[in-house]
Design a protein around this ligand. Structure first.
Ligand code: NAD
Length: 364
């Protein structure tokens, strides 16, 4: 695989390979774009089978962050990191400190945060080595776990989708949640509170047991969640879940969940459109977490985060209208909105966001 070719095709500015054999660190940091601001994006820890697999994931995820920040109207670019390892076995202080030093070496071009396989406690360790980290616990001056804000924003996107198809509320509607992790569980709780019927699944039996007992969710087998007959399928686990195999099996009206990079390829967004399934573009609906960590950079306040996440309803409703008016799939409408904003700001020349980074450097 030609990594340079991949970077050119996907438009990345830089990729940093991080290796520290003494502490068992193998990580890749990808900075996709710094046009709108520093490239901010979480650090994922996952036992990738190969470097190619890890590289592809970090390139896709970091590009997704550029679009997410742009669509949410934030002064942030796109970046992401992956640590190759098993988050259940391989986490050590040395490993995260070594990772933090690589983040520091980029001097603010990349700002890290938690993601699948990492948590606020890991970000605290990273913080020993670099100021370019968000998603810190409140006692360390951060906003804490962003997942509830992400889940709340996702709920807003689901409401906008349901309303776009003519329903006033979620009461009596049914939603199939794939993945009951930090976001999925909170989303299932919000949905239950709105009076929706919740179907759910997870690879972890403890999580499904909790959702059944605490939320009254109906648990379905892992391989059946996408074919539940329901109003909304909400992918909240891993990416590329909308693919050749899954699209024909869907029996829902809407796909709207928090997982990043849900479409395996763009053409799967077209296929959802062709099947008459309304797709809430992942990076627009799951921007709550990014909004939350962005607020850490400019002075954290949870109320402000929740208010901004509420704005995802209006953002999504506008996007659905544009897609309908132009007869284009929703994923394309979202991409165009994001690309147009980036192009407009790029036209200004220079890096107007340097102030944000300077402020951060002075504050800490
Ligand atoms: P998490 O690790 O807490 O939860 C993921 C859950 O999915 C886990 O419970 C895991 O057991 C389950 N899972 C894994 N494979 C599965 C499968 N094949 N079928 C069913 N369940 C499976 O992660 P999270 O923070 O809840 O994030 C979930 C998704 O949302 C990710 O794609 C993440 O990138 C995205 N996201 C998260 C945030 C955030 O604020 N945490 C923000 C934006 C996007």
């Amino acid at each position: 695989m030609d990594f340079f070719q991949q970077m050119v095709e996907m438009g990345h500015e830089r990729v940093l390979f991080c290796s520290n054999p003494d502490v068992g660190l193998q990580a890749i940091i990808a900075v996709h774009s710094t046009v709108l601001g520093p490239g901010l994006g979480g650090c994922r820890m996952w036992p990738y089978a190969s470097t190619e697999e890890a590289m592809l994931d970090v390139l896709r995820l970091s590009k997704g962050m550029t679009y997410k920040a742009a669509a949410a109207g934030l002064n942030l670019g796109g970046g992401k990191a992956v640590i190759i390892g098993d988050s259940k076995k391989d986490k050590t202080e040395e490993l995260f400190r070594a990772f933090g030093r690589y983040v520091e070496s980029l001097n603010g071009l990349y700002i890290t945060a938690e993601d699948v396989g990492t948590g606020t406690e890991d970000m605290e360790v990273v913080h020993h080595e670099t100021r370019w980290v968000t998603g810190l616990p409140p006692e360390s001056g951060g906003g804490g776990d962003p997942s509830p804000v992400t889940a709340f924003g996702t709920l807003q996107g689901i409401k906008a989708a349901v309303q776009h198809l003519g329903d006033d509320s979620l009461k009596g509607r049914s939603v199939a949640v794939q993945g009951l992790g930090s976001v999925g569980y909170n989303l299932a709780r919000f949905l239950r509170d709105e009076g929706a019927k919740v179907f759910a699944t997870d690879i972890d039996p403890e999580k499904t047991a909790r959702a059944r007992e605490e939320l009254g969710a109906e648990i379905v087998p892992l391989n059946e969640i996408l074919e539940v007959e329901c109003d909304v399928v909400a992918p909240c686990a891993l990416g590329a879940i909308i693919n050749d195999e899954s699209v024909p099996r869907l029996r829902c009206r809407i796909v709207a969940g928090a997982a990043n990079n849900q479409l395996k390829e763009d053409r799967h967004g077209q296929e959802l459109h062709d099947r008459g399934i309304l797709y809430a573009p992942d990076y627009v609906i799951n921007a709550g977490g990014l909004i939350n960590v962005y607020n850490e950079l400019v002075g954290y306040n949870r109320e402000v985060s929740m208010r901004m996440a509420r704005g995802i309803f209006a953002n999504m409703a506008r996007l659905f209208e544009i897609a309908r008016a132009q007869s284009i799939p929703t994923y394309l409408a979202a991409d165009r909105l994001a690309e147009e904003r980036i192009a407009r700001v790029k036209g200004l020349g220079g890096q107007h966001w340097v102030r944000t980074v300077r402020k951060r450097a002075v504050d800490l």
